[in-house]
Design a protein around this ligand. Structure first.
Ligand code: AVJ
Length: 332
């Protein structure tokens, strides 16, 4: 049965807002907590204003930064198999960004004649709306129901499912969580899944130190600029006076925890004031501000984290070198 052609299609895009005034407090709260601790730190989500998102896109083009292109190659090869084994008609994507890898999944869903709806979740309203507009043109039968929100806090506000669901969390962003919060976050995702729904998770894997460090410390200094962008965000949003030239980018691999740490190291002693939160802090010469951890996993560790969250790993897709993996899991 087809609809009469002269009837215009109902507008296929809707967008919910989960970010409210209280949410814009998180940077202030995080800064107040994180910058007054003996080991200064700030959550990596604050790296991504418009400039930070553009710098991250530039990182993804670097020769040294293998995760993006490795994950894309796996998706290109396996998308049909992934979709066949899930039967999903609805794709929920956490941290959708510019939604470039999304197309590979939507294409596979369309080929399997399953595609119903795309549900992107992102804090960046502009890129979410722009990609939604493009996608509904590219996929004429697709509905997009976006949510502007923080996937760490707002997943309970997702719209009710319209088809079997595939929740995708790509790019290796799961690595930004420390082990305990990783399990907690996976539990939150597990709670979104019905018996037939699946999680598709992109994870960067443990590998030799040199490859890892090069990926987070490129010679062109793009990652360094991305890292320093945290200070620009603080300068603008919290009326701070960080001198970005006086912080060095540091990427180190902590072999015991198997994670990369990205830090900003103070060159010389400095005093910084964040006017908006009425805070003055001191940096000693060589003192670090931790801006990101990026954990590298093994299949075994991921399986045990998933199990602790009530999920069972069913499929494992990786590249020839075993550098990056996509996995499918289901409620146990
Ligand atoms: C977007 C979190 C997956 O950890 O590799 C890239 C961010 N940081 N270069 C990562 C990042 C430095 C990236 N994730």
């Amino acid at each position: 049965m087809s609809a009469p052609p002269q009837i215009a299609r109902r507008r296929p895009i809707s967008v919910d807002h989960a970010l409210d005034a209280a949410s814009s407090r998180t940077l202030a709260d995080d800064a107040l907590d994180g910058l007054t601790q003996p080991f200064k730190q700030l959550a990596p989500k604050h790296l991504y204003d418009a400039r930070g998102a553009a710098l991250f896109d530039a990182i993804c083009e670097l020769d040294e930064y293998y995760p993006t292109r490795t994950e894309r190659a796996i998706l290109e090869r396996e998308a049909d198999r992934i979709i066949a084994s899930t039967g999903a008609g609805e794709l929920v994507e956490l941290g959708s960004g510019s939604a470039t890898k999304t197309r590979l999944l939507l294409d596979a869903m369309a080929r399997a004649d399953l595609l119903v709806r795309y549900v992107p979740v992102d804090v960046a309203e502009t890129s979410l709306r722009e990609s939604a507009e493009r996608l509904v043109v590219e996929y004429p039968s697709l509905a997009v129901h976006g949510m502007i929100g923080d996937f760490e806090r707002h997943l309970h506000r997702l719209p009710a499912p319209q088809a079997r669901r595939l929740v995708a969390f790509l790019g290796g962003t799961i690595g930004n969580f420390r082990p305990g919060s990783r399990r907690r976050f996976l539990r939150t995702i597990a709670a979104l899944l019905g018996a037939e729904d699946r999680l598709l998770l992109g994870t960067d894997l443990v590998k030799d130190r040199a490859t890892l460090v090069a990926a987070y410390d490129d010679p062109e200094g793009v990652t360094a600029e991305f890292n320093r962008n945290m200070l620009r965000v603080l300068n603008r949003e919290l009326r701070a006076n960080f001198d970005t030239d006086r912080f060095d980018h540091v990427a180190l691999y902590d072999e015991r925890n198997e994670w990369i740490e990205m830090r900003l190291r103070s060159r010389g002693p400095q005093t910084v004031t964040l006017e908006a939160i009425d805070l003055t802090i001191e940096f000693a010469d060589g003192e670090d501000l931790l801006t990101e951890i990026s954990a590298k996993l093994t299949r075994e560790r991921l399986e045990s984290d998933l199990a602790a969250a009530g999920l069972e790993l069913t499929d494992w897709y990786t590249d020839e070198r075993g550098w990056f993996a996509l996995s499918l899991s289901r409620p146990a």
